[in-house]
Write a protein that binds this ligand. Structure first.
Ligand SMILES: CC(C)(COP(=O)(O)OP(=O)(O)OC[C@H]1O[C@@H](n2cnc3c(N)ncnc32)[C@H](O)[C@@H]1OP(=O)(O)O)[C@@H](O)C(=O)NCCC(=O)NCCS
Length: 325
């Protein structure tokens, strides 16, 4: 079987890629809804602020495994790359995953990257696979789901009415308005999960860049923030995917340290639920990932009605340790 780089995938190759993702999902559907062809096409397409490299393993004309690497920033940027490898279930344990990883690792070295992150579900072969190649688990995430039909509107109304004194709510759809961009970047420093692994400082430019990625995919970003004067004391973000909008995704939520302990986190989340009910009634569920040790955020989500679904892990490897083709 050959591993080939797909620098500019054709429509047929994108369809085949989608079939690999669908076959992997069908064998283990617990991770969420089946991939959608348009979403696959967008995932393989360009993205502002980062580049993507793709490899496929082919058995004759048939695609049997895929590897996608996301390279944020410029070549040689200190930021870690992200990798995702998927192999059709009947063809596993034949070295295909390892060969795709080696091809991708050569691509990472050529781009001057020093580290790479992969996110995988707990209890799947992926953890053993990554550990075999020198990846280490750096973060455990609890996947939680909120079924909006299970949330009584009175609960949302009660939480909203309990507004902390001295704060006001603002909200926006899409990229942050200029007046709040720097304040939002400051609040993003309060996030204690991915930012720690990534290590890149948040500024207004990076905030906009991240939000433009969502817009470019065709997805809708909703943000609710609690302001103290002009400062963002806390905020929450939800993304409603283009296409099947039934399941939205919780993005960042954070409360700046000096404003913690005043129920700002649950207040902004309740305001988000009310906004979505008005603006996007087709949203039926919201999924979220929380660091397993983030007791406050887990408590907020449990109080809102989120229930545990599935644990996942973030793995990190030094690129030097990865195999070469
Ligand atoms: C993870 C995945 C890509 C591995 O693909 P693969 O083609 O089976 O991997 P390989 O055959 O190259 O495995 C290489 C080594 O990894 C380890 N490994 C892989 N699967 C394993 C399993 N189920 N149990 C224990 N070890 C495993 C072994 O050391 C294996 O070598 P060996 O077969 O000689 O013992 C595949 O299981 C998959 O597609 N999973 C679903 C998607 C996913 O979660 N991707 C992870 C994101 S990076």
């Amino acid at each position: 079987m050959d591993v080939i780089a797909l620098d500019d995938p054709t429509e047929a190759q994108i369809r085949e890629w989608h079939e690999v993702l669908s076959a992997v999902h069908a064998a283990d559907p617990a991770g969420g809804p089946a991939p959608d062809p348009e979403q696959t096409a967008r995932l393989l397409g360009p993205e502002p602020g980062s580049r993507r490299r793709l490899w496929a393993a082919a058995d004759g004309d048939r695609m049997v495994g895929v590897a996608a690497v996301r390279l944020p920033g410029e070549p040689g940027a200190g930021r870690p790359a992200e990798i995702d490898i998927q192999v059709r279930p009947p063809l596993r344990r034949r070295g295909l995953g390892g060969r795709l990883l080696a091809a991708a690792a050569d691509g990472l070295r050529a781009d001057g990257r020093t580290s790479v992150i992969a996110q995988v579900f707990a209890g799947t072969p992926a953890a053993r696979f990554l550990e075999r190649y020198g990846f280490e688990c750096v973060l455990t995430l609890r996947g939680m789901l909120l079924r909006l039909d299970d949330v009584p509107p009175e609960r949302v109304a009660r939480l909203l009415a309990a507004a902390p004194a001295g704060y006001r709510l603002v909200r926006w759809h899409g990229v942050v308005p200029d007046e709040h961009a720097t304040a939002l970047a400051r609040a993003k420093h309060a996030m204690a999960d991915f930012a720690e692994v990534d290590g890149t400082p948040w500024d207004a430019h990076r905030v906009r860049e991240t939000e433009e990625v969502v817009a470019k995919r065709g997805d809708d970003l909703y943000t609710v923030a609690a302001l103290s004067g002009d400062a963002v004391a806390g905020f929450t973000e939800v993304v409603v995917p283009h296409g099947d909008a039934r399941r939205a995704a919780q993005y960042d939520t954070a409360v700046v340290p000096e404003h913690r302990g005043r129920r700002i986190g649950i207040w902004v989340k309740a305001a988000m639920l009310q906004w979505l009910a008005e603006a996007r009634p087709e949203v039926r569920e919201i999924e979220t990932d929380n660091a397993g040790d983030n007791a406050h955020m887990l408590a907020v989500n449990e109080e809102l009605g989120f229930r545990m679904e599935r644990e996942s892990m973030e793995y990190l490897a030094p690129v030097d340790a990865l195999p070469a083709l």
